[in-house]
Design a protein around this ligand. Structure first.
Ligand SMILES: [Zn+2]
Length: 159
């Protein structure tokens, strides 16, 4: 870095001016690929399920939409798609993680014709400036035509 003349200081903006705006990383891309990594836009992919316009037709679609809900910090959707037997009473998503990428590693069951399914995935995030990753095998069951998350086994892995 050379000797760059310092600019005159601008008065600090009032904090209130930006408070209503979500950090850019979690604003859904309306024209690009969905947060879950699918080629469709957010509105045509996970957004439809988040809005309640449709129910996720497969366990994988539900898992993807739940990942996107984590990325968007939407506890309401996460609670709504959690089976009553294992659902937490509240969910605090303010853990400072920015979810970056989802990769589906494998699945069994969970199709339109199943009532149970498992999906194994890897999710990458940034927390305190460091990249991390987690792999999980999530279990889902279908009740009343809707897929619900019932539990999973997560482990931290190398990003
Ligand atoms: Zn999606």
């Amino acid at each position: 870095m050379g000797n760059v003349p310092s600019r005159p200081r601008r008065p600090a903006r009032p904090a209130r001016a930006r408070a209503a705006v979500a950090p850019p990383s979690i604003i859904p891309e309306l024209t690009g690929p969905c947060l879950c990594g699918a080629a469709e836009t957010y509105a045509a992919c996970c957004g439809r399920y988040h809005r309640g316009d449709a129910a996720a037709p497969t366990a994988e679609a539900l898992m993807r939409s739940r990942y996107s809900a984590f990325a968007l910090r939407d506890p309401v959707y996460l609670i709504r798609t959690w089976h009553a037997s294992t659902r937490p009473s509240r969910l605090d998503l303010g853990d400072g993680r920015t979810w970056e990428r989802l990769q589906v590693l494998g699945k069994s069951g969970g199709s339109l014709f199943d009532t149970e399914g498992e999906v194994r995935f890897r999710a990458t995030y940034v927390e305190d400036g460091a990249r991390g990753a987690q792999e999980e095998t999530s279990r889902f069951i279908r009740e009343g035509g809707e897929w619900l998350y019932i539990g999973g086994l997560a482990e931290s892995v190398r990003p």
